[in-house]
Write a protein that binds this ligand. Sequence first.
Ligand code: C5P
Length: 421
Amino acid sequence: MESDTSRNIVVGVAGGIAAYKACHLVRNFTEHGDRVRVVPTSAALNFVGAATFEALSGQPVSTTVFDAVDEVAHVRIGQEADGIVIAPATADLIARIASGRADDLLSATVLVATCPIVVASAMHTEMWLNPATQANVATLRSRGIVVLEPAHGRLTGKDSGAGRLLEPEQIASLSREVFNGSTLPHTWSGKKVLITAGGTQENLDPVRYLGNRSSGQQGFALAEIAAQRGAEVSIIAANTDRLPTPAGAKITSVRSARDMLSAVIEQAPQQDIIIMAAAVADYRPHYEADMKLKKGKDDSALGTLALTENPDILRHVVKMRDQGSLNPEAVIVGFAAETGDEHHSAEELAVAKLARKGCDLLMCNEVGEGKVFGQPLNSGVLLLRGEDPAAPVRRTITQGSKLSVAIQILDAIDGLGHCQN
Ligand code: C5P
């Protein structure tokens, strides 16, 4: 996919075993039409050779300020950059940036740059959690550098925990949002966020089901941004595409609406923010056959498929809050995938739905052939319940990637006031 305007992107690479993932990151940017300059530390070249980075970027690679002195590379690269992303960033590099060092080409480039900078760290959990590193990360953030929360999972060797490098496509897509102007504020540390994602499947027999086209991308994008704001994120995922796990998120996999309801009932009481982005089947087959329905033999059952209404999970969660079994301050967000009908626009139907469901915000998007489900872009209108449920406050969600839509929705939640630290 080509971006609207191609940009000068610097990919900084520090000396960690995850340096190999930087190759995919470089590829990702060049495939979007960006010009990429790779600036590794000398330690990074112990893991990936300069020739690989030169071939992938089509640009020369240097680690020191003493190469290309006539071109004044140590300031020119930083001055010309539209965005810098460092992946992986080690504890040592983060410390050097925090103390304003300029003892190699990468740190000098960062010191010169005035463009958005993203730092994706990779290190052992102990190093990441060490107060020295955390203080350095806080310093970088206070200067407007976006330090991404690392993934949790397998690290080099046998151990596993926080400190794993995010997947290259996660780093690239988050970086693009930052290069487009998002600051990804780290304001939700200590907050607990529950997100439902994907589409439920309702069994008809052991091989067939009633389902829908939801891929789970929007729910995962919301989880990604909530995690990058520092929240503790739980996702209840129904039949989602193979999507990378947002940093530190816990995933509970479910299949049907009733499975989802049980998981939500169990996890909702601990949450500060609950976002129901899943497409839940309103009905399920009344009878679920134990054995595969046979052509010829069971035709009568297939001809008149009896359905039973599923529980409305969003309504249930609102009731739980009304009855005092949730945090009374919990913010509840619903989604309305509407097509509109002969009498009402999609938005009019969503206004009625907000009042009916009783949630605090409702994200309304128009769906239909080729729109939203499984597509990279989304847009719509966010309705915020005010004094009069029939006249909610309306905020346009401008068209963009699902991450961009997630950023706009989470910013609106912040705007409610009682959610900010
Ligand atoms: O009623 P409708 O399906 O249009 O409502 C959409 C919103 O309600 C979404 O937030 C969805 O996750 C939620 N929902 C639910 N349980 C259902 C149906 C929808 O929680 N049975």
